[in-house]
Design a binder for this molecule. Structure first.
Ligand code: IPM
Ligand code: MG
Length: 352
């Protein structure tokens, strides 16, 4: 089969890890007889440098016209000026919104051979297999007004946590769909004791729960969820939550897997074009050194094969190759080893 993939390597370690994921995809293409056509575009800080904008209309249109998008990371100290007109992260938000990818799937599994790489006690990590469904195109990230102004001589800043019912409904429904193929349990995370938007969220989730009696639905406050992720992570299965809550909880959850460098994500919407990116950032401290862990991006490319291209066998093959490499002791610096980004990918490609 023939697929058009837009690559947005971005900033920092982004180009290094995306480059290795492409090599993995090329191996899959030759082994399983597919044609992956890659087109590379700038997004993030690199796009600000070249075009004066974190994402251009042309780049967004090219992404919309492809079968899927593979992204590395955006941002870095160079573009961190709080007074800057544009920021790398804004490009990413415009891309998510422009592709309509309202659900961000972040699976967190603990490989048995990496239990020691996590700061948590081994017995807590047994059986951890979570998928966080983070709402991605609404909530605190996008709500209006979002302003900064002088009011009677004092500076005031405003962000808005806003949701329409349909935005909550579609993402919670997607979480329920996922739960049907798993342990039939959904944890809906909110702050309903304080936030109006959370009270609406909880009500909608309850209604969807009633319509799906085969799925166990549990509501948890976000502060409790943050604690339980560390004290009893095996208790969670499918977790669905607001944009910002999901951002925070998934960084926390990544600690369970031993390193943030391990975790992939898939952002999906109504349209078929999905956005795939590791959950780690641009890691400016190690950028250009060739030592970043490419596994998060490689596993994101597996999610692309599964969700956008319906190539389940190929997706599973990549995941099995990563699993086998980890079992065999293949380790980058973040996992306590010394292999380079390229060597990590080679070890995975050799097992494909
Ligand atoms: C993530 C990142 C992004 C986010 C940043 C880079 C804008 O932290 O994907 O989790 O906050 O969504
Ligand atoms: Mg984040």
């Amino acid at each position: 089969m023939n697929f058009k993939i837009t690559l947005l390597p971005g900033d920092g370690i982004g180009p290094e890890v995306v480059g290795e994921a492409v090599r993995v995809l090329e191996k899959v293409a030759s082994k399983y007889n597919h044609d992956f056509n890659f087109q590379e575009r700038l997004m993030g800080g690199c796009s600000i440098d070249k075009y004066g904008k974190s994402i251009t209309d042309e780049t967004l249109a090219d992404c919309q016209a492809s079968d899927s998008v593979l992204l590395g990371a955006v941002g870095g100290p160079k573009w961190d000026d709080p007074n800057a007109k544009d920021r790398p992260e804004r490009g990413l938000l415009a891309l998510r919104k422009g592709l309509g990818v309202f659900a961000n799937l972040r699976p967190v599994k603990v490989h048995p051979a990496l239990i020691d790489a996590s700061p948590l006690k081994p017995e807590k990590l047994k059986g951890v297999d979570i998928i966080v469904v983070r709402e991605l195109t609404g909530g605190l990230y996008f709500g209006q007004p979002k302003t900064r102004e002088m009011v009677a001589g004092k500076e005031r800043a405003v962000d808005t946590l806003e949701y329409y019912d349909y935005e909550i409904k579609r993402v919670v429904e997607l979480a329920f769909q996922l739960a049907k193929g798993r342990r039939k349990k959904v944890t809906s995370v909110d702050k309903a004791n304080i936030l109006e938007s959370s009270r609406m969220w909880r009500q909608i989730a309850s209604n969807i729960g009633k319509a799906n009696p085969d799925i166990e639905l549990e509501h948890t406050l976000v502060d409790t969820a943050a604690m339980r992720l560390i004290t009893a992570p095996a208790w969670m299965d499918v977790v669905v939550t607001e944009n910002m809550f999901g951002d925070i909880l998934t960084d926390e959850a990544s600690v369970l897997a031993g390193s943030m460098g391990m975790l992939p994500s898939a952002s999906l919407g109504q349209a078929t074009v999905g956005l795939y990116e590791p959950i780690h950032g641009s890691a400016p401290d190690i950028a250009g050194k060739g030592i970043a862990n490419p596994i998060g991006t490689i596993l994101s490319s597996a999610m692309m094969l599964r969700h956008s291209f319906k190539l389940e066998v190929e997706a599973t093959a990549i995941e099995a190759a990563v699993d086998a490499a980890i079992t065999d002791g293949v380790r980058s610096a973040d996992l306590g080893g010394a292999l380079t980004t390229r060597q990590m990918a080679d070890e995975i490609i050799n097992r494909l």
